[in-house]
Design a protein around this ligand. Structure first.
Ligand code: ATP
Length: 645
């Protein structure tokens, strides 16, 4: 029975799966483990440890690598400046002998644990592990987390603890996809998970691998895996892919994908990772109650922040802040009401001084409330681009065209708070090209040109060019005849973004330093004499290795603040953006051609005033001498000309 099965048995399976090269072998080992060591009624206890990223029964541990490093140091009773403690804190950097583990926290931790834990298994059972992990997720203070980690360390050896750490970090790096695990578990597991996002339910409903499960539809209140967009390189490729279809082109909004589930008085906001974001309730639930006409409904769309004073979207990433401000504002409002009702309900009990005090409190609350209201000008805005459920029926099987009609009739849009994205026609005189921009979406009532029917490749080209010119995120093309399919990325929706195409001119920049990285690629390169961006993608493993091999003899460690960087390199004081190693001198380095999103961003972490959004290495310019790299002035001019300034 799983509950009493030792965790060491699971660890053997993990090790074996990780070592094996072939997917079929990995899968059969997983099957064997289930058949031999798990009773069907205990499947969830085991599967939640194999797919920890999908387990929503436990909350978040609040332990990313850096916090975990500090907690492990305390759990092991190490002094913070001991070499092993520093190894954990600087896990990205690796050590003199063990550089190979750099960037993999669990491996670095294993090195440290091996020096402290015995070789023999600690005897931890799967049941105990789940209980301890439950406690770890529930505990809100650090001493409790440390004590739970200490217990785990006591009951495991280093190899077992390595896997516990990977479970806590929710990434087992087994080399076996979630899809394969689901398929091996049960042929209908993936489908059922996609419509429920509930791993426990999947494990409990699909105990018998040979008994097929009738396809289940989506339900209000249960997050659904979102339909996704396939990436295409240019308008032509997109048009070819959607050949003969009726196509709608939409702006790609730069916010958070949020599914809104309204179930009578209850409203849930599920993210793409099926986390219920209750912080949106304060800013959005009332609007949903008032403007979504159906009692039960699921809307799919993007949560953004709209700044009504500036008539534009706020920077990506400000959603949570605004949600919090809305919550604080609401709480102050509640306080005001409380004081007023106290004052009116029992005046006879109060003497004059207390009345004064209450009045004063009342005023100060009212003032702070007004201030919050004034300050909270940017507000949450949900742009619903789809509807999945209305009344008592799932509508995902209807065509997008039909769903647009349902969306129109189910929602009364409110400017700047809840908008619907439905096509306003073709590219015609109602929608002159300069208005094909997000900024016109809300600023100009009645002219929402963010969703248009495309009749030709030329239409797609024009729409995309305008989006690029307006420095918006990109476009999404959708087959109007398509169903909404949970978790699908097969090409019914296509995304086209400026960063997938070449910027007008290549940026030929010089590498001046390097970072130890994390993950498979581990290692990114920093460019130009004056630092302005960090880039790690674009080259194949072989190409990247060739660059690193060429530059390695010239790497010099950057041991700030003991040793200053060479004077010809200028970086900021921001500790995050100082490279770990420097290239000894510019003439030893090589030039890289970089492409990026044409939108640059203001930079405070690099020494240059601007940095690049989504940079990618296009190729290595071994042919170009180092001194022919882009100079700062040309870069700034390029930025200004692409900004139209
Ligand atoms: P990216 O990294 O390019 O933002 P992604 O990997 O997060 O994309 P994709 O499936 O590639 O996800 O792109 C779809 C995402 O784009 C959606 O999850 C949604 O958040 C966002 N999006 C913005 N505008 C739209 C739109 N009009 N229709 C569909 N998705 C949109």
């Amino acid at each position: 029975m799983t509950e009493e099965t030792k965790f060491s048995v699971m660890v053997s399976m993990f090790d074996w799966i990780q070592k094996s090269k072939y997917s079929a072998k990995k899968r059969s080992k997983f099957r064997k483990f289930l058949d031999t060591f798990c009773k069907p009624r205990d499947y969830f206890t085991a599967v939640r440890l194999i797919l920890p990223g999908l387990d929503r029964e436990r909350g978040s541990y609040g332990l990313k690598e850096s916090v975990l490093a500090n907690c492990l140091i305390d759990a092991l009773g190490m002094s913070r400046d001991s070499p092993d403690a520093l190894r954990l804190i600087n896990w990205r950097k690796g050590g003199a002998k063990t550089g190979a583990n750099a960037g993999n926290f669990a491996l670095v931790a294993t090195e440290v644990l091996q020096r402290r834990q015995g070789m023999a298994s600690g005897g931890l059972t799967i049941k105990e592990l789940n209980e301890l992990l439950d406690r770890l997720a529930c505990s809100e203070n650090r001493p409790e987390k440390i004590s739970i980690l200490a217990t785990l360390i006591k009951k495991t050896n280093a190899q077992e603890m390595k896997w516990v750490i990977m479970i806590i970090l929710k990434d087992l790096k087994l080399g076996l996809s979630e899809k394969s695990i689901f398929h091996e578990f049960h042929p209908d597991a993936e489908d059922l998970f996609n419509v429920t996002c509930d791993l426990k339910l999947v494990c409990e409903k699909l105990r018998d691998r040979h008994q097929r499960h009738k396809r289940q539809d989506i339900e209000v209140g249960k997050a659904v895996r979102p339909q996704l967009a396939m990436r295409v390189s240019d308008a032509q490729a997109a048009w070819k892919k959607l050949h003969g279809k009726e196509v709608v082109m939409e702006c790609k909004f730069d916010g958070d994908r949020i599914q809104i589930h309204k179930n009578g008085a209850e409203v849930h906001f599920f993210s793409r990772n099926f986390i219920d974001h209750s912080e949106y309730e304060h800013g959005m639930s009332d609007i949903i109650q008032q403007c979504v006409l159906a009692d039960r409904c699921i809307l799919d769309g993007e949560m953004l922040v709209w700044d009504s004073s500036l008539n534009r979207f706020a920077e990506f990433g400000s959603n949570q802040e605004i949600a919090k401000a809305a919550k604080d504002g609401l709480d102050s409002h509640k306080q005001v009401c409380l004081f007023i009702s106290l004052f009116f309900s029992s005046p006879t009990l109060l003497d004059m001084s207390s009345i004064l005090i209450y009045l004063f409190c009342c005023c100060s609350c009212a003032v702070s409330f007004t201030l919050i209201k004034l300050k909270a000008e940017p507000q949450l805005l949900h742009v619903a681009f789809d509807i999945l459920y209305v009344g008592d029926t799932s509508v995902i099987h209807q065509s997008l065209k039909e769903r647009h009609e349902l969306l129109r009739s189910a929602v009364n849009p409110v400017k700047g708070r809840l908008e619907i994205l439905v096509p306003s026609g073709g590219l015609n005189s109602h929608c002159p090209p300069e208005k094909l921009a997000l900024k016109y979406f809300l600023a100009h009532a009645g002219e929402p040109c963010c969703s248009l029917i495309a009749h030709s490749l030329d239409d797609v080209d024009k729409f995309f060019k305008q989006i690029v010119e307006n420095r918006d995120e990109g476009i999404v093309l959708k087959d109007l005849d398509s169903k909404w399919e949970p978790g699908d990325r097969s090409g019914k929706w296509l995304k086209l973004k400026p960063d997938y195409i070449r910027a007008g001119s290549d940026l030929d920049v010089l590498i001046i330093g390097g970072y130890y990285g994390s993950g498979r690629r581990g290692g990114e390169l920093l460019c130009r004499f004056i630092s302005f961006c960090r880039v790690g993608t674009g080259l194949s493993d072989d190409e990247l290795n060739a660059v690193v091999t060429k530059l390695k003899p010239y790497f010099r460690k950057y041991d700030y603040p003991k040793k200053a960087p060479p004077s010809f390199y200028q970086v900021t004081n921001n500790s995050k953006e100082r490279p770990d190693v420097w290239i000894e001198s510019p003439e030893k380095s090589v030039i890289l051609s970089i492409t990026s999103d044409i939108r640059t961003i203001r930079s405070e972490v690099f020494a240059a005033p601007y940095s690049l959004r989504f940079p990618r290495i296009d190729r290595v310019r071994y042919d170009k001498p180092w001194h022919e790299c882009l100079d700062v002035q040309s870069f700034i001019e390029l930025v200004h000309s692409s900004n139209g300034t």
